[in-house]
Design a protein around this ligand. Structure first.
Ligand code: BG6
Length: 468
């Protein structure tokens, strides 16, 4: 069938280690920041101990991926499964597990697409160095990346160093800032961590290119498309700045090897300039990404947020959707409907994002996350998730339009292949094409049940695009 999607388009699906694997301390795995945070919420929702139990079911799960027709599977490896304390001894059992997963994928004709770090920093690095605040963590990450390239690089060609580094630094819990309450100190730490993550990204990109001929590696960003709340010029500027701070300052650093001017100005004025030695520049500038990966869920609005006596320039409020005095304040778009969990549903925003990223960087784009979190209901062994089919269809159509606009796209991977542990809502909020039979507090039989969206997406892959 002729569609606009290229012949070798990577139709796939995504997941991440701590959200599906379980076996949180089995076979030598160390504790991670993701484990630590999930255990604090064990009384209100599921934690990482069992999750979807992919660790013990990976063969059957990959068979299901094959049945779906997936061309690629985007997943993450757990740093602490491979190097339990993040920087010391290598755990052969961890390497063996991922070897088995990768081999099984290849046997099933599925291209492995690996993220090295998806929110699960080994906790030992937090205790020792306060995680990403220290350059020791940067070098530990470089070594971990090299261990992965060495062991899996003969079979894995597609890599992402970090998942959503531009989002990680916004959330105190993810970057392990637990006790600090002074907003200036938090912003200072955040700025240093952001820079260190950029450096770690660059070191991994360079090592990947040196160690794996023909490899492709790129950044996975949590995308941001911001509409001005009104047509007032100051609100238009605020919307641009919101995108700049939320996504482009990171992508520009990955692409050009330096932060853009407006971000440097903010660091100066807020007096939180990170330590960025001159010699890093060579590493940063050498690291050329091969593609950009976008995780796209929603869009927002922004308006100007003037400073006042109590709120000086640069003061932040909020976490993921933070505002900055003197720059922007975010809000929901009154013109869009939201999911039951409050995310604005906006397929045409995806077309905007794809065009913007393509025009800015001219790098091929893959979507490594896009999906609808919903409270699915299992009825007589079936899940009728038409709302998810509608969501995916509309977003795939937006990709089609973007391709017609001239955007080069590599692939599309909805979030997620199977139900998994959602950060704030555990197993109540499900994203999968495959239902996992458990609740937050009852593991039940963990049976895998194909949802209606599974059968629908199978046709999309077969036809290389949406035909109905
Ligand atoms: C993305 C993350 O930002 O959002 C995933 O990469 C996450 O790990 C997804 O699961 C959905 O967010 P949530 O909070 O609903 O799980």
């Amino acid at each position: 069938m002729n569609t606009v999607f290229p012949k070798k388009f990577l139709w796939g699906a995504s997941s991440s280690a701590f959200q599906i694997e379980g076996a949180w301390d089995e076979d030598g795995k160390g504790m991670t920041v993701a484990d630590y945070n999930s255990f604090k919420k064990s009384n209100i929702q599921a934690d990482t101990k069992v999750a979807s139990d992919f660790y013990h079911n990976y063969e059957k799960d990959i068979e299901l991926m094959k049945e779906l027709g997936m061309k690629t599977y985007r997943f993450s490896v757990s740093w602490a499964r491979i190097i339990p304390d993040g920087e010391g001894e290598i755990n052969q059992k961890g390497i063996e597990f991922y070897n088995k997963v990768i081999d099984k994928l290849i046997e099933c004709g599925i291209e492995p697409f690996v993220t090295l770090y998806h929110f699960d920093l080994p906790f030992a690095l937090v205790e020792k160095y306060n995680g990403w605040e220290s350059r020791e963590t940067v070098y530990a990450f470089e070594r971990f990346a090299k261990v992965c390239f060495e062991n899996f690089g003969d079979r894995v060609k597609y890599w992402q160093p970090h998942n959503e580094h531009n989002l990680i630094v916004r959330v105190e819990e993810r970057i392990n800032i637990y006790d600090e309450t002074d907003p200036w100190k938090i912003d200072k730490m955040r700025a240093q961590m952001d820079y260190n993550l950029c450096l770690a990204h660059a070191l991994a990109v360079n090592a990947c290119h040196e160690m794996i001929p023909g490899s492709q590696i790129g950044a996975a960003v949590s995308s941001s498309v911001t509409y001005p709340l009104t047509s007032k010029p100051e609100d238009v500027f605020a919307a641009r700045m919101n995108d700049n701070f939320k996504v482009y300052s990171t992508l520009d650093m990955h692409y050009h090897g330096e932060y853009p001017g407006y971000y440097m100005e903010y660091l100066k004025k807020r007096d939180i300039m990170p330590y960025m030695p001159e010699e890093d520049k060579e590493v940063l500038k050498k690291a050329k990404m091969d593609f950009i990966a976008i995780n796209y869920y929603r869009t927002n609005c922004a308006e100007a947020l003037p400073v006042d006596e109590e709120h000086p320039f640069g003061l932040r409020e909020g976490t993921v959707d933070y505002s900055i005095y003197g720059l922007f304040r975010m809000s929901m778009n009154p013109n869009l409907k939201a999911s039951e969990y409050g995310a604005a549903i906006d397929p045409s925003g995806l077309r905007v994002a794809l065009n913007e990223y393509w025009q800015r960087y001219h790098l091929p784009i893959i979507i490594t996350e896009n999906g609808l979190g919903a409270h699915d209901v299992l009825e007589e062994g079936q899940v009728h998730d038409n709302y998810r089919i509608d969501y995916l269809r509309d977003h795939i159509n937006a990709c089609e339009l973007a391709i017609q606009d001239g955007v080069e796209m590599l692939g599309y991977c909805p979030w997620s292949f199977m139900d998994l542990l959602s950060s704030a809502q555990g197993f109540k909020k499900r994203y999968g094409l495959v239902y996992v039979n458990r609740t937050d507090h009852e593991e039940l039989d963990l049976e895998r049940i194909k949802k209606d969206s599974f059968y629908w997406y199978k046709e999309v892959i077969k036809n290389n695009g949406v035909t109905k």
